[in-house]
Design a protein around this ligand. Structure first.
Ligand SMILES: C[S@@+](CC[C@H](N)C(=O)[O-])C[C@H]1O[C@@H](n2cnc3c(N)ncnc32)[C@H](O)[C@@H]1O
Length: 300
């Protein structure tokens, strides 16, 4: 084993509890037989915490540059030590590339579908390739599309830090949200202005990421339910966010439906802040969107 095993905070431990709650709620009928695809790290903490509800794990690990084999080797050793070796398949390389190419660096093929996809990134979401394509965001949409081809209901978990946020991309998307809301008659200006002006990036990502996932979901015949968005301090006090989505396949009509989950629902759900390993609901002083029925009643 390496001298330093990968370790995580109490906050992260609680985030895993919340993720488990989502899995249990969304995939109740299949617990014990679930298939996982994601980033468990060489400590396998999520694998161990969920081993009674998840049957098989496809674990991707890229390792550290120049010594990639170390973490990959540690992951397999830990799987062996925890008697989970026969339930874990290791894929090597970057998970975005595995999703986009459908195989890992050793040409092992990625076989969909999965019940739980956990994109538990150590970095930010706005990673771009040389051509300026948002590779990570593309990979998220590609994973949803691949699951959709198999008509699979699943839980999508995304964790990221707040580094290198593309402010233009986020703010422009929030302007699109303003337009969508206004189109349906909601008076969104005060609320959207508060999100755009807020000093914390967490509030804008609270809208951006669910909007992105909802759009990709709708394109692939999914109904997407966004769970309360979570934020916390991770290792070295890095600001982290965690998103949970329950995606249900619905192909009743060939023509696509617009996202069924209302933007107002996403906006008005308070966030969960985890501090010292404990959760607390917070709106971060943001106003709520008045629902049309409510404002009609108030003006009557
Ligand atoms: C945040 S940890 C995962 C923690 C784990 N899910 C848990 O609940 O404890 C991320 C792990 O995936 C690896 N990793 C991060 N980003 C990756 C990527 N884009 N592709 C492949 N591996 C990655 C890191 O080396 C690390 O071991």
């Amino acid at each position: 084993m390496r001298k330093k095993p990968q370790t995580f905070t109490r906050n992260k431990e609680y985030a895993r509890v919340l993720q488990r709650e989502t899995i249990e709620r969304c995939l109740r009928h299949k617990l014990g037989r679930l298939a996982y695809f994601g980033l468990p790290s060489s400590s396998l903490n999520d694998v161990k915490a969920w081993q009674d509800i998840v049957e098989s794990f496809v674990a991707v690990e890229r390792g550290e540059e120049g010594k990639e084999w170390e973490l990959q080797h540690d992951l397999q050793l830990e799987a062996f030590r925890a008697q989970l070796f026969t339930r874990i398949i290791l894929m090597r390389g970057d998970i975005d590339s595995v999703i986009l190419k459908g195989k890992d660096i050793s040409n092992n093929i990625l076989h969909y579908p999965f019940d739980v996809i956990s994109l538990d990134y150590s970095g930010g979401l706005f990673y771009k390739d040389r051509k300026g394509t948002f590779l990570r965001l593309r990979a998220i949409s590609a994973a949803i599309a691949a699951q959709g081809k198999k008509h699979a209901d699943f839980v999508l978990l995304i964790s990221c830090n707040l580094s290198a946020i593309d402010q233009g991309e986020v703010k422009n998307t929030i302007e699109n949200i303003r337009t969508d809301l206004t189109r349906y008659g909601a008076s969104a200006d005060q609320v959207i202005n508060s999100y755009q002006k807020h000093q914390r990036n967490e509030v804008r990502l609270k809208l951006y990421v669910p909007y992105l996932v909802n759009q990709a979901a709708a394109k692939n015949h999914y109904y997407c339910e966004t769970q309360q968005v979570v934020f916390y301090s991770g290792n070295q006090d890095v600001s982290m966010m965690m998103f949970r989505f329950c995606l249900k396949f619905d192909a009743r009509t060939e023509s696509l439906r617009s996202p069924k989950e209302r933007l107002s629902q996403i906006i008005n759900k308070p966030m969960i802040q985890i501090e010292n390993g404990l959760p607390m609901e917070t709106n971060l002083q943001l106003p709520k969107l008045a629902l049309l029925e409510e404002s009609r009643k108030a003006n009557a």
